[in-house]
Design a protein around this ligand. Structure first.
Ligand code: ZN
Length: 475
């Protein structure tokens, strides 16, 4: 496959730039909507590579888009660079050792995610120029994947309009085409207001907001028996009304995450939870204010794109890890439980292989694993246009998501190999789409068939703004 080889050479030609970008972003971990330094690194690199750059995408100062090429179809490659709180960790050591500082760390590997996506976009840009092929490629630097739903806001504001296909990936412990299993998810806050009074001298005058929160939680817990078994509801106390038991709590608040298999199921469940909140307010003679903080849709699969991506992964073969990569991965595995490793295999549906700390094989397309029950804002993109997502092995098999072990492995040679590998898989899939009108048409038809009866409606109400964070003074 001549085209594949050309595009892979173009990836190899620039890999050092993007391995270095990934390492720099690893070293400046910034959490949701505070990614000012990380987006600056991505913006400078886009400009150096000759992209036409749009900053402040969808009014979000830590989002950026770079476009290259003329005419033809538009292929979007999606990247991320947000970190997580509490996952600071020294690189390359197999024991928990947080670095000094604010405690943030790249415990989901998004330093790799953004860099590999931009490497793929750069190679596609160079291929379009070298071959004189009409077509455009866009790199989207998307902030706040962790709990910020930035892509959902970007989709709502039209940032992905006129894009034909979206391609992305996520760092993982196995190399495979990602199965489109994710749950639609809403985060909703319930703020109850009552009336304070002396809890002993005048209890009859008080109306307890804390009682309302407790009754709401009890009501929702009773509802669990009567909701779809694959839905998920969890809550956290935002405000329990203070620390004085002798004051009737006049204010209390609870945050809910409500997840369901699809958008329609989630919207129905949201209404039931709201009714329970209103019931709790009625019982306690308090008032409740309900606000949606963020929401994401479930992922839609796209069979033609998944097959195209799988073909490229199989042409590339497994990631070429060496003994040094395996030795460090084995040390990381020694910090994990047997359950961690067994669960990881069960998730992808592959029988456990002995003495295999790193994935040196490719997961077949149609094995049946246990579906992922998390949520991602890539879901909303997949409702707007045909979308495909790869997983490339960048860390030891069994490494839990959101862990110090991921932070520790994020700058290793193995992670860099996964970064370069997946850039090749994504770039070659984009080239196939640009070259093959039938493939493009089949991907669009598959998408249309899935959304036909239920067109995309952004689950975030129009008056809800992303929780943007101010720029801190540069140190
Ligand atoms: Zn992630």
């Amino acid at each position: 496959m001549k085209n594949s080889e050309t595009i892979w050479d173009l990836v190899d030609a620039k890999k050092a730039i993007f391995e270095a970008l990934s390492d720099r972003v690893w070293g400046m971990p910034e959490i949701a909507y505070t990614e000012y330094r990380s987006v600056a690194e991505h913006t400078v690199t886009l400009k150096q590579q000759g992209f036409r750059v749009t900053e402040n995408v969808a009014g979000i100062p830590t989002a950026v888009m770079g476009e290259a090429g003329e005419g033809g179809p538009v292929i979007a490659i999606l990247g991320e660079y947000d970190a997580l709180p509490g996952l600071s960790q020294e690189a390359g050591v197999a024991e928990p050792r947080p670095l000094p500082g604010d405690g943030h760390g790249h415990g989901c590997g998004h330093n790799l995610l953004g860099s590999a996506a931009m490497l793929a976009a750069t190679a596609i840009k160079d291929w379009l120029a070298e071959t004189g092929t009409p077509g455009r490629v866009r790199y989207y630097g998307c902030p706040a994947e962790e709990g910020g739903a930035a892509k959902s806001f970007m989709a709502r504001e039209g940032a992905f309009n006129n894009v034909d296909i979206a391609i992305t990936w996520h760092p993982a412990s196995f190399t495979e085409v990602a199965r489109a299993h994710s749950l639609a998810n809403t985060r909703m806050d319930f703020k109850f207001t009552g009336r304070a009074s002396h809890a002993s001298a005048a209890p009859h005058l008080g109306r307890s907001a804390l009682d309302a929160v407790e009754l709401m939680n009890v009501g929702v817990n009773y509802m669990r028996e009567h909701m779809p078994s694959d839905a998920r509801i969890h809550y956290a106390m935002l405000d329990s009304g203070g620390i004085a038991p002798n004051v009737v709590q006049a204010a209390a608040a609870v945050r809910y995450a409500i997840r369901a298999r699809d958008l329609a199921g989630m919207l129905a469940l949201n209404e039931r939870v709201k009714k329970i909140a209103e019931g709790a307010a009625l019982m306690t003679e308090t008032k409740v204010a309900i606000s949606i903080m963020s929401a994401v849709s479930n992922l839609l699969p796209n069979r033609p794109l998944e097959e195209a991506m799988q073909r490229n992964i199989e042409r590339l073969g497994p990631i070429p890890f060496d003994d040094a990569d395996r030795a460090f991965a084995a040390k990381i595995q020694a910090t994990l439980s047997e359950n961690d490793i067994n669960n990881d295999y069960a998730r992808v549906g592959v029988v456990r292989k002995p003495d295999t700390p790193l994935c040196d094989f490719i997961v077949p397309l149609d094995v049946r694993g246990e579906p992922m029950v998390g949520s991602t804002d890539v879901g909303d993109v997949s409702w707007v246009m045909p979308t495909v997502q790869a997983h490339a092995a960048t860390h030891a098999i069994g490494t839990p998501g959101h862990s110090w072990q991921i932070t520790s492995q994020g700058k290793m040679a193995a992670a860099h190999k996964g970064l370069v590998y997946v850039a090749k898989a994504m770039a070659a899939t984009a080239v196939d789409l640009i070259n093959d009108e039938t493939l493009m048409a089949r991907a669009k038809k598959d998408h249309q068939d899935r959304i036909g009866k239920t067109p995309y409606v952004c689950p975030i109400p129009t008056d809800v703004r992303p929780p943007l964070q101010p720029r801190r003074d540069a140190a």
